[in-house]
Design a protein around this ligand. Structure first.
Ligand SMILES: Cc1cc2nc3c(=O)[nH]c(=O)nc-3n(C[C@H](O)[C@H](O)[C@H](O)COP(=O)(O)O)c2cc1C
Length: 187
């Protein structure tokens, strides 16, 4: 098939892809979830938003399990730094979190409080050291007025970056974001 024929047949889908605004929102204390977010962004045209608490109340040493776990059980919602963008302007939103105490992190809870997402296409991802519990289910409860297009869980991706990057690529490809809304050309 000639390039001009291909472009004519797929013009609608190509334009649709260019129109689609994709955001990847995440929190990461030790870099695992950041690694996943950045690798998703390598595979699709998306903006990245790393959520940062104004005051990081959790240290990056062994005490993180105590202080982080405490934040979850106390249902704390740390104040967040400015986003510098409006998540409401995006059509597709990836949301990523580390698993803390079988749940999503307090920083993500702050994000859910601050930004009311509705009628978005949402893909969820999380990183854990073993058991993710009901992390996705709990996120979905908070995001109930949206459509879920996928979810992805990785065990400590920084342990094996190459393998993790491959898994992320496969997942993103499976989401088939280009032709999701349209049947594509009749061949
Ligand atoms: C406070 C705290 C609680 C955690 N709770 C869990 C848990 O319930 N289940 C689990 O599998 N991993 C748990 N982990 C491990 C993290 O989910 C895991 O190391 C994750 O990859 C960290 O992501 P990050 O590097 O993006 O911060 C916990 C870690 C911390 C700091």
């Amino acid at each position: 098939m000639r390039l001009s024929d291909f472009l004519r047949m797929n013009a609608k889908n190509i334009l649709r892809k260019m129109d689609k605004k994709i955001l990847i929102v995440y929190y990461s204390l030790d870099g695992n979830t950041r690694f996943v977010a950045e690798n998703i962004a390598k595979n699709i045209n998306a903006d990245l938003l790393e959520l940062k608490p104004i005051k990081e109340g959790v240290p990056r040493n062994f005490a993180k399990y105590f202080w982080g776990g405490r934040q979850v059980y106390m249902k704390q919602k740390p104040l967040l730094c400015d986003f510098g963008l409006n998540p409401g302007n995006y059509e597709i939103i990836f949301i990523g979190t580390p698993v803390w105490a079988f749940n999503y992190t307090p920083v993500i809870a702050s994000f859910f409080d601050k930004v009311k997402l509705e009628k978005k296409k949402i893909a969820l991802f999380c990183c854990s050291g073993g058991v993710k519990g009901k992390t996705f289910e709990k996120m979905k409860e908070k995001l109930c007025n949206n459509e879920f297009i996928g979810e992805f869980h990785l065990f400590e991706p920084l342990f094996n970056k190459k393998r993790s990057a491959l898994k992320i690529k496969k997942w993103v490809e499976k989401l088939n974001l280009i032709f999701r809304d349209s049947p594509g050309p009749n061949l």
